[in-house]
Structure formats: structure tokens, C-alpha cells
Ligand binder design. Structure first.
Ligand SMILES: Cc1cc2nc3c(=O)[nH]c(=O)nc-3n(C[C@H](O)[C@H](O)[C@H](O)COP(=O)(O)OP(=O)(O)OC[C@H]3O[C@@H](n4cnc5c(N)ncnc54)[C@H](O)[C@@H]3O)c2cc1C
Length: 414
């Protein structure tokens, strides 16, 4: 019987961070994961906290943390661990050659594909907007055939925002995709991964852009977690390039996921993908092992501690059933409004948080799951990420921030 110190269930951002932090503490870690999680649809930015409870933008994430509600995961985790988690993540990025920029005391407002601005905290260098401040001419670049990315819309809407009244020009690049299907940002990024793609893109752009300008791009600057495409194109065009946030698939999310997986593999963490954890083997209130189901057979994995980072309703960590929400592996208590019709506001874009988004597992400050009477439900299980109770990531812009801080805190507790 091969036993790990820690089994992490799930390889979304919370699970990847938890595995890295537990490994850093010298633990023998195994990751069991069914799928890739929401990083690849959600974007590679780390939103810490963008909006307060009243829906107003915060001056910076640190200011928001100071006024956070008692039930919020950040309140349980506490500021020192949040700072430590950010430091840990930035160090991983730095060591991987894919540094991220940002800090808790600064809100970054980054352009989206709709030409709006979105608040976030940590971003890859490709999304650094510092150069836009002093830019006179901004080229909004598009790619022929790229679905749901309209540079005209980006330029038109951005130009109405304070600080963004620039001279906008639209430039189009034709990647000459000929197979007739919808083109996604991932297709363009894969094209730019190739030397011929980059050369052709530069050849088309260099005729249309003036040196010294800024080019706003969809997020397509290569799939690898490095800045090779960015640097090569900036040098060749003598311009600064800035990626916007766009719709899935998220190329920046793929880069972040690849960076974390590369980091874990290099560290020697055992990662078993495409396995679904179905149930737990329990003895005297402790979990001894978990059973995975695959197409051909079941397998049991044993560990001293388990970090449950398998997402919310979308990821598979929580399940909605008639009249209740359940956690399907350990049957942990999930707090949800008693009446199911109260799970959602009638207004989808309500000025208040959505109840269903706040449904999840209640934890103590070590991320251990709590029973309704406040006792620890299972002592060697720790919870991280989207399955936690008490926050609406979409309303407040905190998704990857909670995943980062709770994954780190869970790893510190095992
Ligand atoms: C469309 C969209 C856009 C978003 N944009 C942003 C953004 O720009 N910035 C930001 O900060 N946040 C964003 N978020 C939120 C953010 O992506 C999530 O809050 C965060 O990444 C959640 O991470 P997680 O690891 O907790 O869960 P998930 O990413 O859902 O990962 C869960 C993992 O568990 C695995 N799993 C599930 N069940 C099992 C099982 N039984 N056995 C084994 N493995 C299992 C899944 O396959 C997956 O690997 C966005 C979310 C969405 C949906």
C-alpha cells in the first residue's frame, strides 16, 4: 500500500496551489483529478477582491479585505496567510520564467474584449497596462475569423472611459485559416507559437503600425508560460503589446495551468489525471483513503490528509439535488437556503450577491469542514477553492484569489 502524506482532489487553481504549497513543506503529495477545472475558461488573472458588498469598486483589494464579512473565506484565512499565499505564487511565477505583476495594495483595471475595464490584482506581463497611460496612438488589433472579438468595439467603448481617450486605429491580421471552422483565441495562440506564424503576423502588422505605439490584442500571445512571443513581437514592431481579457477558451488560463503543472512535475509531485474520486474509506471519523472510478476499474489511494479542491457546482465539487445541495464524496455538510426558490435572485444581474454562489462548505481557520453545531466534521479533510461557503466570486471578483489563499492555507494546515 503506497500512502501519501497528502492527497489533493482536483487540479483547478486551488488544487494546484495546495499541491505546490504542501510539497514545499516537504509532504509527499498526490493529486487526483477528473478534469482541468475553470482556469482554462476563466482567465489567467488572479482577482483578489474588486468590489465591496455594496457593489462599488474598491480602492484596492487590501482595503476590501479590511471590511470583509465574517462568513467569507478570506476572514477565516486572515491577511497574513493571504499575503504569504501571494508571495508564494509570485515566487513560483518568477522561478518559472513567467513573472506576474501586482500586489494587494494596488487595484489593476484591465481592458476586456467588450471595451470595458475589469478589476483584478495579479496579472501576467502581457496584461500590464502601464504603457497605455502615456500612449497617444493605440492600435486595436483583431484577427480575421476570430470568434467574438471585435477590435472596433474594444476601441469604441474604451475611448469613452477616463484616461482612455486616445487616438485609436483598427488593424487586422489574417492568419489564413482555411478549414472553415470557428477560430478561437487558442487557434491564434498556437499559430503564434510557431516561428512561421509569428513572422507572418509581424510582416502584416509592421506595415500598419507606427513605432512607439501600443497594440491592444486579444489574448493570443502564445500558449507557453513564457514571454517569448511578447518579447519577439515587441522587438520586431518596436511597439508595446497588451492582451485584453476575452471569452473562453482562455489562453492566459492555459498558460497559468501549464506553468503550475510544470512546476509540480519538476518538484516530483505525483499527478494522476482523468480519474474521478467517487467515495471515501472512513474509520472512526477519519478518512483513510479515497476510491477513484475510471472506465475499467476502481482504485484506492491512501493518505494521512486530504485537501478537497474539486470546485463548486460547475467543477463537480457540489451538486444540486431537489431541496438540497450536497458534497458528493465525503457527504460533508453544505450550507444552503432551506427553500430552493431562494437560491437565486429573480434578477440575474442583481445589485446583490447571488445566494447560490455563496452555497458551500463552512470551515474553520485551518480550512477544516464544520458540522452545523460548529464541531469539525472530519478531522483530516481540508477544503480549498470554489466549494467554500460565503462568497460570490462573480459579484466581487475574487475567484482565483480565494482559490490561491485557501489552497495555500489548506496546505499550511495538513
Ligand atoms: C467563466 C468564468 C470566468 C472566470 N474568470 C475569472 C477571472 O478572470 N479571474 C478570477 O480570478 N477568477 C475567475 N473565475 C473564477 C475562477 O476560475 C474560480 O473561482 C477558481 O479558479 C476556482 O478554482 P477551483 O480550483 O476551486 O475549482 P475548479 O477550477 O472548478 O477545479 C475543480 C477541479 O476538481 C476536479 N474534480 C471535480 N470533481 C472531482 C472528482 N470527483 N474527482 C477528481 N477531481 C474532481 C475538476 O476536474 C477540476 O480539476 C471565473 C470562473 C468562470 C466560470
Amino acid at each position: 500500500m503506497r500512502e501519501s502524506d497528502v492527497i489533493v482532489i482536483g487540479s483547478g487553481f486551488a488544487g494546484l496551489i495546495a499541491a505546490a504549497a504542501a510539497d514545499k513543506r516537504g509532504k509527499k503529495v498526490t493529486v487526483l483529478s477528473k478534469g482541468v477545472g475553470t482556469l482554462t475558461i476563466g482567465g489567467g488573472t488572479i482577482d483578489l477582491l474588486g468590489y465591496g458588498n455594496d457593489g462599488r469598486p474598491l480602492a484596492n483589494p487590501a482595503a476590501g479585505l479590511a471590511a470583509i464579512e465574517p462568513a467569507h473565506p478570506y476572514k477565516k484565512i486572515g491577511s497574513p496567510a493571504i499575503y504569504a499565499a501571494i508571495k508564494f505564487f509570485l515566487a513560483i511565477c518568477e522561478s518559472a520564467g513567467y513573472p506576474y505583476l501586482g500586489r494587494l495594495e494596488e487595484m489593476k483595471w484591465i481592458p476586456t474584449a467588450a471595451g470595458t475595464l475589469k478589476p483584478t490584482c495579479l496579472v501576467p506581463k502581457t496584461m500590464d497596462t502601464t504603457c497605455l497611460k502615456s500612449a497617444h496612438t493605440v492600435y486595436a488589433a483583431g484577427f480575421q475569423g476570430l470568434k467574438d472579438y471585435y477590435p472596433h468595439l474594444v476601441a469604441k467603448n474604451l475611448s469613452k472611459l477616463p484616461g482612455y481617450d486616445k487616438n485609436y486605429e483598427i488593424v487586422m491580421v489574417n492568419p489564413h485559416f482555411t478549414d472553415g471552422r470557428d477560430v478561437s483565441a487558442l487557434d491564434v495562440a498556437r499559430w503564434l507559437d510557431t516561428g512561421t506564424g509569428r513572422k507572418e503576423c509581424i510582416r502584416q502588422l509592421v506595415k500598419k503600425v507606427k513605432a512607439g505605439a501600443v497594440i491592444l490584442m486579444p489574448p493570443v500571445l502564445g500558449t507557453s508560460p513564457d514571454y517569448q512571443v511578447l518579447e519577439e513581437m515587441e522587438t520586431a514592431l518596436d511597439c508595446r503589446l497588451v492582451e485584453t481579457v476575452a471569452i473562453p477558451p482562455s489562453v492566459t488560463g492555459f498558460r497559468l495551468r501549464s506553468m503550475m503543472l510544470n512546476y509540480l512535475k519538476t518538484a516530483g509531485v505525483r499527478i494522476i489525471e482523468q480519474v474521478s474520486v467517487a467515495r471515501a474509506i472512513m474509520e472512526k471519523g477519519k478518512c483513510l483513503g479515497v476510491v477513484t472510478q475510471n472506465i475499467d476499474r476502481e482504485r484506492t489511494y491512501y493518505a494521512k490528509n486530504f485537501i478537497l479542491a474539486n470546485g463548486g457546482f460547475y467543477g463537480g465539487g457540489l451538486r444540486a439535488e431537489p431541496g438540497q445541495a450536497i458534497e458528493p464524496i465525503f457527504n460533508l455538510p453544505v450550507e444552503a437556503p432551506a427553500k430552493q426558490e431562494e437560491w437565486g435572485n429573480r434578477q440575474l444581474f442583481s445589485p446583490e450577491k447571488q445566494s447560490f454562489a455563496k452555497i458551500g462548505i463552512t470551515v474553520d481557520n485551518k480550512m477544516r469542514p464544520l458540522a452545523p453545531n460548529g464541531s469539525i466534521a472530519i478531522e483530516n479533510i481540508f477544503i480549498a477553492g470554489r466549494n467554500l461557503r460565503g462568497y460570490d466570486f462573480c459579484f466581487e471578483k475574487s475567484g482565483n484569489g480565494v482559490a490561491l489563499a485557501s489552497g495555500y492555507q489548506a496546505a499550511m494546515s495538513v
